[in-house]
Each structure stands twice: as structure tokens, then as C-alpha cells.
Design a protein around this ligand. Structure first.
Ligand SMILES: NC(=O)c1ccc[n+]([C@@H]2O[C@H](COP(=O)([O-])OP(=O)(O)OC[C@H]3O[C@@H](n4cnc5c(N)ncnc54)[C@H](OP(=O)(O)O)[C@@H]3O)[C@@H](O)[C@H]2O)c1
Length: 158
């Protein structure tokens, strides 16, 4: 799991993560990370930038779109009517399968939102980012089901 400010990507050690499934939870924010031209001009997603620093890793972007308190409070068992969905992206099918199994085991259903290059669809400020799970002021959050999350992913613009 890489969960640091994007400005810290150059300090993430690559060797221990080579050949491993790695979850990227990170969001870019120039106000925190400083300007990064490739991200500001949309020529790269933050996940593709991380992959440049971790070339051997099997990266899966996940959890970046949910507030950590909602991640705790919205977990539900498999089959619950109010189980929430979380999107993932990645280029390795086995890595995605492993991350999906993990996410399902901790209380979430998963939407496969495509390859890493499409991770902009779940980046900061997109329709799937934060708001489907309710305001930060309500720590209980609100469940976000499959139809709502599919529609929110499809509504993303760049
Ligand atoms: N907080 C959320 O609810 C949430 C939800 C979804 C996604 N995210 C994303 O997940 C990532 C981590 O978020 P966070 O809230 O956990 O952030 P954070 O508390 O600021 O940072 C998490 C870790 O990053 C390390 N770190 C910070 N600056 C560093 C630097 N310059 N060099 C090396 N390591 C550094 C910190 O290490 P030290 O403790 O040793 O300083 C800390 O362990 C961010 O990209 C954020 O946008 C956050």
C-alpha cells in the first residue's frame, strides 16, 4: 500500500515493491504537493507517475476516493443491501483480482474501472470522489450502490 502525499513519490522505495501487487490510494493536490506539470496538463495520471517511480510494481489504484472515516463506517458484509461500491483501476488482471478479493473481505463491492490510464475518472474532484459517500461532517457516511457509482464514473470529465 502506498499512501503518501504525491510529492513524496520520489522517496517511496522501489526495490521492495518490485513484482508485488501495490495499492495506490494517493490523490494529487497542487496546494499540498506543489505543481507537477505532467499532472497539471493531464499528460499523466498520478498513478502513472507513481508507476514511473515503481516500475516493477503491479499497481492498482483503490480507496483514493473515500474519506478514511467513511471507509471504516460504511463496511458491510457480502450480500448486505446497503453495501457500498469502490472503483479500482490497474493494468494487471491478477493484481486487480487480489485487490478485489481483499476489498470484498473488508466490506466493499468493487467496480473495475479499467486500466491505470483511466484513473483520472476517480481522481480528486470527480463525481466518484468523496461525495457519493456523504459529507465529511457525517462520519457515518451514506452507502453508495452500484448504479450510482457506475453513473458517477461515466459522468467524469477531464
Ligand atoms: N485521509 C484520507 O481520508 C484519504 C482518503 C483517500 C485518499 N487519501 C490519499 O492518501 C494519501 C495519504 O493520505 P493521508 O491523509 O494519510 O496523508 P498524510 O497523513 O499526510 O501522510 C501519510 C504518510 O505519508 C508520509 N509522508 C508525508 N510527507 C512525506 C514526505 N514528504 N516524504 C515521505 N513521506 C511522507 C507520512 O509519513 P510520516 O508520518 O513519517 O511523516 C505519513 O506516514 C494522500 O495522497 C491522500 O490524498 C487520503
Amino acid at each position: 500500500m502506498v499512501t503518501v502525499p504525491v510529492k513524496a513519490f520520489p522517496h517511496v522505495p522501489a526495490a521492495p515493491l518490485a513484482g508485488k501487487t501495490v495499492i495506490d490510494t494517493c490523490n494529487y493536490g497542487p496546494e499540498r504537493d506543489g505543481p507537477i506539470p505532467e499532472l497539471d496538463n493531464n499528460s499523466l495520471t498520478s498513478s502513472e507517475l507513481l508507476l514511473r517511480y515503481l516500475p516493477g510494481a503491479m499497481l492498482v489504484k483503490a480507496f483514493n476516493n473515500i474519506f478514511f472515516k467513511h471507509l471504516l463506517s460504511l463496511a458491510r458484509p457480502a450480500g448486505a443491501g446497503d453495501r457500498s461500491y469502490l472503483p479500482i483501476v490497474g493494468d494487471s488482471a491478477p493484481a486487480k483480482a487480489a485487490v478485489t478479493a481483499f476489498m470484498e473481505s473488508i466490506g466493499y463491492s468493487v467496480l473495475d474501472a479499467g486500466p491505470l490510464a483511466d484513473s483520472w475518472r476517480q481522481a480528486t474532484g470527480t463525481p466518484v470522489w468523496g461525495t457519493p459517500y456523504g459529507p465529511y461532517s457525517n462520519e457515518k457516511g451514506q452507502p453508495a450502490g452500484e448504479d450510482a457509482m457506475r453513473a458517477a464514473l461515466a459522468a467524469a470529465t477531464r
